[in-house]
Design a protein around this ligand. Structure first.
Ligand code: XUL
Ligand code: CO
Length: 437
């Protein structure tokens, strides 16, 4: 097969002074940071849906993407050829992982049987290409939101037939993920939510979602898939309210339905901002429950209220992300998955390289900066000092559960007033971070 990107050779690290736009200036895969290589820390992943299926259409206009390898059909043969193109791209980029929905990689057939057959035919190629390049599957997932059968949702549909079909689809997607050695499996609640409560039995729908996820856990055990399940929070789009609205809502749901042992979260920046949170907030909420599994790396636009899925090029953002990731001890099965698309105006194939290089360099910088901040120690030292009243005396007694309201009343009477508050020093800390950026 002729090369799809003949003008691009393997992307190499060329150092911060490089003016070569097809080289890394910061991502140096083998460079050691805090005892691990950058490659091991960041575990970059390319998303199949945006990078190889995105046509760069928007609500007002058709796709602009030039993808010379496409023949205009949605055939299995095209899907197989596209898979080889994808691996040429990922290999040249040096991305160790990729992620897909079942329907990104293979076309939907006339019925489930045909869809599964199509998927198998493409999985065969994916497997060959994984073996050839050493690139692995970070996670697989099922697309339960494009087809009209899922107009009311999948696991939360008012129609039990749609639930059943979705279960069959997830069963197959899980099996395929397992076959490809996937490190994890994602559930993003595509249309699991509502557009109006007038027609919605919220409790019943949530119960159905709980039951659906338990069935998935059962099947995972049955086939011996060892990777974690991830839920990906998102508050809205396409529905007005998605049940998995943010990290806290997901964790509450998982607790309520006794699923917390089987799931971690896949946190996405633009979903966090849609929820009115920062990415770091969502990461910290997940990490606090030991449920931070993986990230969908992108960013939104503060001037726009929708999920623009831009490549993450903001170094302040990547620094914050990496501070939390390093604090939790790094990724295990998860990684940095670029759930991001090039802008409609960036329509040439080479833009796919520029975009990923930009995201990878921004994360590499974020990693290096976060490691430097941690080595410096002033930030962590400040936070530790800020809570020092809990390390001894009354604070330690409260934390150990040794006192109740009665003892605390006696203590308050004894101290007379709280005179020990110290400054939060936000501006000092913001300036401290800037010292490293
Ligand atoms: C949608 C989104 C999804 C998930 C996978 O906003 O982020 O692509 O990442 O289903
Ligand atoms: Co995502």
């Amino acid at each position: 097969m002729p090369s799809a990107f003949p003008e691009v050779s393997k992307i190499e690290y060329d150092g911060p002074q490089s003016k070569n736009p097809l080289a890394f200036r910061h991502y140096h895969p083998d460079e050691i940071v805090e005892g691990k290589t950058m490659k091991e820390h960041l575990r970059f992943s390319v998303t199949y849906w945006h990078t190889f299926r995105g046509q760069l259409a928007d609500m007002f206009g058709v796709g602009t993407a030039q993808r010379p390898w496409e023949d205009g059909t949605n055939s299995v043969a095209m899907a197989q050829k596209r898979a080889r193109v994808a691996f040429e791209f990922m290999d040249k980029l040096g991305a160790p992982f990729y992620a897909f929905h079942d329907r990104d990689v293979a076309p939907e057939g006339r019925n489930l049987k045909e869809s599964n057959k199509n998927l198998d035919a493409v999985v065969k190629v994916l497997k060959e290409e994984q073996k050839r390049t050493g690139i692995g599957l970070l996670w697989g997932t099922a697309c339960l939101f494009v087809h009209p059968r899922y107009m009311h949702g999948a696991a939360t549909s008012c129609n039990a037939d749609a639930f059943a079909y979705a279960a069959a689809q997830v069963k197959k997607a899980l099996e395929v993920t397992h076959e490809l050695g996937g490190a994890g499996y994602v559930f993003w609640g595509g249309r699991e939510g509502y557009t109006t409560l007038l027609n919605t039995d919220l409790k019943r729908e949530m119960d159905h979602l709980g039951a659906f996820l338990h069935m998935a856990v059962d099947h995972k055990k049955k086939i011996g898939f060892k990777g974690p399940f991830y839920i990906e929070p998102k508050p809205k789009e396409p529905t007005k309210h998605q049940y998995d609205s943010d990290a806290a809502a997901c964790l509450n749901f998982l607790r309520e339905y006794d699923l917390l042992d089987h799931f971690k979260l896949n946190i996405e920046t633009n979903h966090a901002t849609l929820a009115g949170h920062t990415m770091q907030h969502e990461l910290e909420v997940a990490a606090a429950t030991n449920a931070l599994g993986s990230i969908d790396a992108n960013m939104g636009d503060v001037m726009l209220g929708w999920d623009t899925d831009q490549f993450p090029t903001d170094v302040y953002l990547t620094t914050q992300v990496m501070l939390t990731i390093l604090k939790m001890g790094g990724f295990t099965t998860g990684g940095t998955n670029f759930d991001a698309k090039v802008r409609r105006e960036s329509f040439e194939p080479v833009d796919l390289f520029y975009a990923h290089i930009a995201g990878m360099d921004a994360f590499a910088r974020g990693l290096k900066i976060a490691a430097a901040i941690r080595k410096d120690g002033r930030l962590a030292g400040f936070v530790k000092q800020r809570y020092s009243s809990w390390d001894s005396s009354i604070g330690a007694k409260i934390e150990k559960g040794k006192v109740g309201f009665k003892e605390l009343e006696a203590y308050a009477l004894q101290i007379g007033e709280v005179t020990t508050n110290t400054s939060g020093r936000q501006e000092y800390l913001e300036n401290l971070i800037n010292e490293f950026i």
